[in-house]
Design a protein around this ligand. Structure first.
Ligand SMILES: [Zn+2]
Length: 441
């Protein structure tokens, strides 16, 4: 008997993701420190680990924690502020002026804590984030005990965090040094978009990313207008330009990827590019469609992101994956596209692969990190219950999540946040609501 073992979890159903299309009943998962020690029949777990506390989850489905592969956590403070506008109107007349006026370290710290609280309470245990002041975002995620890839942002224009491209890269590298030993925070280069970073900037980022073995996180082919403007200004489509600059590789996390031609999909296959699909943001801003079915049929990894709460408006991965499933079926004309089990894999293991973390995250297997989510399936909306994974994807929302573990620590227990000062997050949010309301009137 190993005295460091912390918990036995005994759910009604356990969907490990590996092996695929599997739901186990009568099984327990044993957490030891930050990792999954084993998964075995409950009677064996109780017999083999007699002094370990058992958490019974009699009405619950236990899954890997959800992985949100694209977002702007701090922008949660702008949620619902300028809805129902064209994307460039939304960005240039609302989001960017407000950001210019108000964004500082405290804005990023408080907004990121609010986003982390929302994500934990809806079953997400890891997110890829992109915003200014990454050191404040990393501090917020760390204080919330939340796992994140916090990017080093790069844009050409001056903002509150950095003066120009060079300064962004310089500050980003200093940020990278500061989080080197963090168990929860990793980083990536994040050139914002092809239209906001120069050729020289991309070349530098490509070089550093290769040398330092870092991913590159990039908004790419978000809208038809972006592509038309690029053809007008550079003579080529953004993907062709990224190819010319050597940016296409398995380390590229390409976000949105609408308006793809067949030859561009071939290019993505050749270079093993990772895709972030953000269906609700793409629909809300009328950005366009991502050919998820075609990408997946070509063995391209497509993971799932909510994008920022200013364009979604929530960070609920269960609702997001349902949107992905329904959109894929209607756009492909194929009702078998993105099945419930494929959706669960998309929001867990495919996300881990996108982040280069599939050895550690994304499935319930012995030796992997204990990032876990339990969903209560006892409400009438889930009855009768023939397939718990179908109920999760097609009937649940993030509000049905009751229990969450990150790095072996239970952060949500019966819907109550643990180890987290949620009252101070709410107070800070109220303060920002007052300041932002005043700024826009
Ligand atoms: Zn985005």
């Amino acid at each position: 008997m190993n005295s460091s073992i912390q918990q036995i979890l005994s759910p009604a159903w356990l969907a490990p993701v590996v092996p695929e299309d599997t739901v186990l009943t009568g099984h327990s998962l044993v957490i030891e420190d930050e990792r999954i020690r084993t998964i075995l029949p409950r009677n064996e777990a109780v017999a083999n680990y007699p002094n370990v506390p058992e958490i019974k989850l009699d009405r619950h489905l236990l899954t890997p924690g959800f992985i949100n592969v694209h977002g702007h956590a701090a922008m949660t403070l702008l949620r619902g502020l300028a809805d129902d506008r064209e994307m460039m109107d939304w960005l240039t007349n609302w989001i960017w002026p407000i950001e210019g006026q108000l964004v500082d370290e405290q804005f990023v710290y408080d907004g990121t804590r609010l986003a982390a609280l929302e994500m934990i309470m809806s079953g997400t245990t890891c997110a890829a984030d992109l915003y200014f002041f990454p050191e404040a975002a990393a501090r917020a995620f760390t204080d919330m005990h939340f796992r994140a890839q916090v990017s080093m942002p790069v844009v050409q224009f001056e903002n509150a965090w950095a003066r120009n491209e060079e300064d962004h890269i310089h500050k980003g590298l200093a940020f990278r040094d500061s989080i080197k030993n963090s168990p929860l925070i990793s980083t990536a280069f994040a050139p914002h978009a092809p239209y906001s970073v120069s050729d020289k900037g991309f070349e530098k980022i490509g070089l550093y990313a290769e040398q330092l073995d870092l991913p590159i996180h990039l908004h790419l082919h978000e809208t038809a207008t972006e592509i038309e403007d690029a053809v007008r200004d550079t003579g080529m489509r953004p993907i062709a330009r990224m190819n010319m600059l050597g940016i296409l590789s398995p380390a590229l996390q390409a976000v949105h990827m609408t308006q793809l031609r067949d030859d561009e999909i071939e290019l993505l296959v050749t270079h093993g590019v990772q895709i972030a699909h953000c269906p609700e943001s793409n629909m809300k801003l009328a950005s366009g469609l991502c050919r998820v079915q075609d990408l997946r049929q070509n063995s391209i990894n497509v993971a799932l992101g909510t994008d920022g709460a200013a364009s979604n408006n929530d960070l609920d991965m269960i609702q997001e994956v349902r949107s992905a499933a329904l959109l894929s079926k209607v756009t492909s004309g194929d009702a078998t596209s993105l099945s419930a089990f494929e959706c669960l894999k998309m929001m867990t293991l495919d996300g881990a692969r996108y982040l280069g973390r599939e050895e550690d995250l994304g499935s319930l297997e012995a030796g992997k990190i204990a990032d876990l989510t339990a969903i209560d399936l006892s409400a009438p909306v889930f009855q009768p219950l023939y397939n718990p994974v179908s109920q999760l994807i097609y009937a649940a929302t993030g509000r049905d999540v009751t229990d969450v573990w990150i790095n072996g620590h239970q952060l949500l227990k019966g819907r109550q946040p643990q180890m987290i000062d949620s009252a101070s997050v709410e107070a800070a949010t109220a303060g920002w609501q007052a300041r932002i309301s005043e700024a826009v009137t």
